[in-house]
Design a protein. Structure first.
Length: 236
């Protein structure tokens, strides 16, 4: 169960802020009207997992791009990431998309800083151990030391949301998407928040954008279909 917000006014402000985050992250969506914003968030939707999947021991199941050593150069890593995003967007089946997404997430984990890598590892370990305070301290240090590292902002945004600090979470997700507009985990989280707070049109556009990036993103197609029906119903 997600932490409840204190007032409908706060909910409206959060929904508006979420829509602004989406627009600022190069996803063009209409701003929700006051009538589109629910009085309180609907609970029961599942937030994307706060920690990345375990990518160790993937063996032959890992995308081919991961079978060789990851490039040391940030420029080369960026090129590889662009290529993987292109492969993901054109994936023809779920298995291919899943392998490619894992390859991308492994590249996301490469910060270019040994210190940040250690901090991220400690944060993820703390999350697995349910020590959220320690995880947040580690991620605070990550974004301070590596402000251009999109994965750090995305991870902290997820964690802040799960702790009930939705305003700060939105800021972190916005920063992650500004740094990497194809960061499908950050976009998925933002779409979730938009939907939860009743900004259905904006949530629909976010999920559509998510499917352009990751055509087999878990739950995205179902969300689009449900939101399309809801938006049509609101227009009657």
């Amino acid at each position: 169960m997600f932490p409840c917000m204190r007032s409908s006014t706060s909910d409206r402000l959060i929904a508006l802020a979420a829509s602004a985050c989406l627009a600022a992250s190069f996803v063009l969506v209409p701003a929700p009207s006051q009538a589109q914003l629910g009085e309180s968030p609907e609970r029961g939707l599942e937030m994307p997992d706060v920690s990345p999947p375990d990518l160790e021991g993937e063996g032959d199941e890992t995308a081919p791009e991961l079978r060789e050593k990851l490039p040391d150069s940030a420029v080369e890593r960026a090129k590889m990431l662009d290529n993987l995003y292109a492969l993901l967007a054109t994936a023809e089946d779920e298995q291919t998309a899943d392998k490619t997404a894992k390859a991308i997430m492994r590249l996301w984990a490469v910060s270019g800083s040994d210190t940040v890598t250690v901090l991220m590892a400690r944060a993820i370990k703390a999350v697995k151990e349910k020590n959220m305070k320690l995880a947040l301290r580690m991620l605070d240090e990550v974004v301070q030391q590596a402000p251009d590292y999109a994965e750090g902002w995305s991870q902290r945004g997820h964690l802040l949301y799960l702790q009930g600090d939705t305003h700060r979470a939105l800021g972190d997700l916005r920063r992650a998407l500004a740094l990497d507009p194809n960061h499908f985990r950050a976009l998925s989280a933002l779409a979730h928040i938009l939907r939860e707070y009743g900004a259905n049109q904006s949530a629909l556009e976010a999920y559509r954008k998510l499917l352009e990036i990751h055509p087999f993103a878990e739950g995205a197609q179902k969300a689009v279909e449900e939101l399309e029906r809801e938006v049509r119903g609101q227009g009657i």
